[in-house]
Design a protein around this ligand. Structure first.
Ligand code: IPE
Ligand code: IPE
Ligand code: MG
Length: 233
């Protein structure tokens, strides 16, 4: 009989990324913040591709928060342009990419054309197992309020925690295991507030455009050493 491995690698089922530091990365190079977002998309691709080779069921990327509309119009437009390019890419290649795309957030802020494209992609990729959540116009508080309103609209007077979780944008995803934030700030910034209840938190000073497969592996190695007690002993 094989001896049991004393330190088996524990893989998270669901990992979420707070992709922070694009602006500072660009400023360090004397470039406008938009330049950082372009390179941020490159990092996103590399990280996503790496994650798809690993045994992770769901990955979530925080791309634009409900508060990010406060930024200069030029920067917001640049981010929306990058989003449109990515939608086009997914429309062409989703069968090759093989993930179920879900947009977390309030889509009503986007114009009809964008919203229709997002919904079509969600429908057209729904048969894939592996989940890719992209949080766009996402806020944890907004998600909770939205879930309350959905439950009320369904005539519910009493709900369980399970009912509530099923009304969140992440209803299709497994429990969140790990949140990785780049860029050096030690905060959650309105991300997955309900879902983070027992998630492990990993912070790194690496700015998002410099984050890649090696940094993902370092975070996963650290996750594997964490003792998760979930309130037990
Ligand atoms: C994260 O990078 C990307 C978005 C919020 C869209 P930032 O743009 O916040 O970059 P920093 O934090 O200002 O460096
Ligand atoms: C969090 O980053 C949002 C995203 C990564 C999309 P922010 O840069 O908006 O967060 P704060 O302002 O530093 O808290
Ligand atoms: Mg930031």
């Amino acid at each position: 009989m094989q001896k049991a491995d004393k330190n088996p690698i524990v893989m998270p089922r669901h990992v979420a990324f707070i992709m922070d530091g694009n602006g500072r990365w660009a400023n360090k190079r004397g470039m406008p913040r938009e330049y950082g977002h372009r390179f941020g998309v490159k990092a996103f691709r590399a990280v996503l591709e790496h994650c798809s080779t690993l045994d992770i069921e769901a990955v979530t990327f925080y791309a634009f928060s409900t508060e990010n509309w406060k930024r200069p119009q030029r920067e917001v437009n640049a981010i929306l342009d990058l989003m449109d390019h990515y939608l086009t890419e997914c429309e062409k290649k989703h069968e090759e990419y093989r993930f179920r795309l879900i947009f977390l957030g309030d889509k009503s802020a986007f114009d009809d054309k964008r919203r229709t494209r997002m919904e079509a992609l969600e429908r057209d990729t729904a048969h894939h197992q592996r989940i890719l959540n992209i949080a766009l116009n996402y806020g944890g508080r907004d998600e909770i309020v939205n879930a309350c309103n959905r439950l009320l609209a369904n005539g519910r007077a009493h709900v369980t925690a399970e009912d509530f979780a099923a009304a969140l944008y992440t209803a299709s995803s497994p429990e969140l295991d790990l949140i990785i934030r780049t860029g050096g700030d030690l905060r959650i910034s309105n991300f997955l507030l309900w879902q983070a209840a027992y998630a492990e938190l990993y912070f790194t000073d690496v700015l998002w455009p410099d984050f890649g497969p090696a940094e993902v592996d370092a975070a996963l190695a650290e996750f594997s050493t964490r003792k998760r007690r979930f309130g037990g002993v």
